[in-house]
Design a protein around this ligand. Structure first.
Ligand SMILES: [Zn+2]
Ligand SMILES: [Zn+2]
Ligand SMILES: [Zn+2]
Length: 325
């Protein structure tokens, strides 16, 4: 059903998850499996009449504990490993219609605490090396359930993009005795042209090296590695800046803006990652109101992104977009 296959050319794992082909695909609104179960109604994933925020195990997981037996036997060239891990769904609101951008700052702050709790709880399991919190939003991203929700993948390994960032921040630390991310934050604040918005604890920029036209990275201003390092005031500040960025996205072209949101935190494999730095990345697929940036030959086949815009210009558009509904 599910296994890890080693890609010997890229030196990374590929997860097979054939059972996911059967997962619920765009059900009608009144058959949403993520709404609360109505009295006398069909049983949804949430056996309660109401909820604030819920996290539960994904019914169609890519990783499982204990993991299923791999379908095939591996060998030294074609390595196979069990897909040991956990996948969770996080429901942002009992309200079926709406998005994270519609939630109050208080509700987003609750969500930050849920993320923090899940990071801590999943990350404390010995099988888990990395807790990956993310959201896919919008039809163009391929979202199959409309109800506002995000996901958490608890990986049995450190995924390759994070591994590359860790290598880069480690190398920078060895060379300069400073945090790479702190240096980026300082340089973006000094320059100012790519800042989207900021508060006392977080800075949102279209980074100098943006791969997508409206890519936004939110950096903690203080040097910290994970949600569990945030103070109460920083949790609130994260909720505030998330809300502002999300509302700006929606006001940019006047429609609910699709995106991929990912959180990059330290791994939970017990090693020391003091050189790393917590941040949130948004990769929206739109390059204009009507055009989508597809990952085509150059991106998918060569790994090099072509960005049709300048970060300085798209940042100024986002800065001008209203940050309140
Ligand atoms: Zn729903
Ligand atoms: Zn730092
Ligand atoms: Zn990152």
């Amino acid at each position: 059903m599910s296994e890890l296959r080693w890609h010997p050319l890229l030196e990374e794992w590929v997860v097979t998850a054939t059972h996911r082909q059967e997962r619920t695909y765009k059900p009608p609104d009144d058959y949403c499996p993520l709404c609360a179960t109505r009295p006398g109604g069909f049983p949804t994933e949430v056996p309660a009449e109401n909820y604030e925020i819920v996290a539960f195990e994904n019914k169609f997981p890519s990783f499982k504990l204990p993991p299923p037996e791999p379908e095939v036997n591996g060998d030294s060239l074609f390595r196979v490993a069990p897909a040991a891990g956990l996948c969770e769904v996080v429901l942002y609101s009992p309200e079926h219609h709406g998005t994270l951008a519609d939630e109050s700052i208080t509700q987003i702050e609750r969500l930050v605490r849920v993320w923090r709790d899940r990071f801590e709880s999943l990350g404390s399991r010995p099988e888990i090396s990395y807790v990956f919190i993310f959201e896919n939003k919008g039809d163009v991203i391929g979202v199959t359930l409309a109800h506002p929700h995000g996901q958490i993948y608890a990986f049995p390994f450190v995924p390759p993009i994070v591994e590359r960032e860790l290598r880069a921040s480690h190398n920078h630390f060895v060379r300069h005795a400073r945090c790479l991310f702190c240096d980026i934050v300082t340089q973006e604040r000094t320059d100012g042209r790519r800042i989207v918005c900021a508060n006392d604890s977080f800075l949102a920029v279209v980074p100098f090296y943006a791969r997508y036209p409206y890519e936004v990275h939110i950096f903690a201003i203080r040097h910290l590695q994970a949600l569990t390092d945030l103070t109460r005031a920083e949790e609130r500040a994260l909720a505030e800046i998330l809300k502002t960025v999300l509302v700006k996205y929606d006001n940019l072209f006047g429609f609910s803006f699709p995106y991929i949101m990912v959180m990059h935190q330290r791994p939970t494999d017990g090693e020391d990652y003091g050189h790393y730095h917590f941040h949130v990345e948004f990769c929206p697929p739109h390059r204009t109101a009507t055009k989508i940036k597809y990952l085509a030959g150059c991106e998918s086949g060569a790994g090099t992104y072509i960005n049709d815009t300048l970060a300085e210009e798209t940042a100024s558009e986002l800065r001008a977009a209203k940050g309140e509904k």
